[in-house]
Every structure is written in structure tokens, then in C-alpha cells.
Ligand binder design. Structure first.
Ligand SMILES: [Zn+2]
Length: 195
């Protein structure tokens, strides 16, 4: 997200179509694969803490194979894709507006945004972030940020460093706009100690 030191230094149920039963599940167990047209949705699902694969060069066949093997829910706007019987499960995303897409996906899995899961996953690699020692990340973090931020997280794959920043406030504002009827789940009660 915009708090990445390397990528963006300035700061980042309706008509469900399923091939499998919706199983009782914990939030961390839902995994997605967003198709080529849903890159922004994939990014926001990662912001919300969901394991969301995305590859803008992948073929439909490969996407279907990976969804099946990794038990991922395919997210697509392609009605033909959701009709593939070999898919583990698929959600046909109706809207071209991001907020409505997010609301639909979370409604279909019966969840709301959970503040404790925000900003815990690398937006580029999709991997869970790990705590990082400020002394280790200082070479990739602006001096002011190093002085003012007590805690950093980093990606084990790409080494991008994340910290709490103004982007977090903007993300929370957008979540409140998209879920105005449910202010509780998207309230942020924690100090700015995490990304
Ligand atoms: Zn990464």
C-alpha cells in the first residue's frame, strides 16, 4: 500500500454462483483468486487480510487449476468462467464499482471487514507480513518515518517495509463509506502501532 517504502514511497448476496457448498469457516481460511479484470478488488481483499491470488497474465485454464488445487474461490466477471464445473467455488462479481464488489464478496462469505486483520498482508506478494526490527529496515525507510513510527512490518518475499501512515486513515474512511450500516466492524480502536 502507500506505506510501502519501495513501491509507493509517498506514503497504498446476490445471485451467488457456487460450485460447492459454503462451509462454516474462519476468516483466515477463505482464499480467493481474482481474475484479470479484478486487480483492484484483489488489492483491497489483501488490505482486508484475505489471501487473494492475482496474476494478470494467467490463462483461464491455469486459474481454474490453481483454484481447484489451492481451494480458492474464483472471483470473476466472466459468466462462462463461473460455469466451469472443475472450479472449487466461484463468485460472479456483478458490479464494476470497487465498493460494491467488495460488499458482494464479503456478503457471500458472510463476513465484514475486521480491523484486526487490516494491513497484515503484502499487497504485492500476498504473503503475511512479519515484524521487522527498525534497525534492519532503516535503509529503506525515510528518516522522519523511522523517528515517528514505533513498529514496522516487512514482506518475507519482496522485503517491502510497511508502517502505519495516513493511508490507513483513508482506508478506514472508505470502509466506513462502503459499510455505513455497520460502523462497528470497521472501526479502528487500536493505536497506530501497526500497518
Ligand atoms: Zn511482498
Amino acid at each position: 500500500m502507500s506505506d510501502s517504502a519501495r513501491s509507493e514511497p509517498s506514503s497504498r448476496p446476490a445471485d451467488p454462483v457456487t460450485e460447492a457448498e459454503t462451509r462454516p469457516n474462519t476468516q483466515s481460511e477463505y482464499r480467493f483468486f481474482a481474475d484479470i479484470m479484478l486487480g483492484s478488488l484483489a488489492r483491497w481483499l489483501r488490505i482486508l487480510g484475505y489471501d487473494t491470488a492475482y496474476d494478470n497474465r494467467i490463462s483461464d485454464e491455469e486459474l481454474v487449476r490453481r483454484c481447484r488445487e489451492e481451494e480458492r474461490i474464483a472471483l470473476t466477471r466472466d459468466r462462462r468462467l463461473v460455469q466451469r464445473r472443475s472450479l472449487h467455488r466461484a463468485i460472479l462479481v456483478h458490479s464494476d464499482r470497487l465498493g460494491e464488489q467488495l460488499r458482494q464478496v464479503l456478503a457471500e462469505i458472510g463476513q465484514f471487514p475486521a480491523p484486526e486483520r487490516l494491513f497484515r498482508r503484502c499487497l504485492h506478494c500476498n504473503l503475511p507480513l512479519e515484524p521487522a526490527d527498525p534497525r534492519v529496515v532503516e535503509v529503506s525507510v525515510p528518516p522522519y518515518v523511522l523517528k515517528t513510527q514505533p513498529r514496522f512490518l516487512s514482506c518475507p518475499a519482496c522485503s517491502r517495509v510497511y508502517w502505519a501512515g495516513t493511508h490507513r486513515v483513508r482506508v478506514l474512511q472508505r470502509l466506513r463509506e462502503w459499510w455505513p450500516e455497520s460502523p462497528g466492524p470497521v472501526e479502528d480502536h487500536r493505536p497506530a502501532e501497526s500497518c
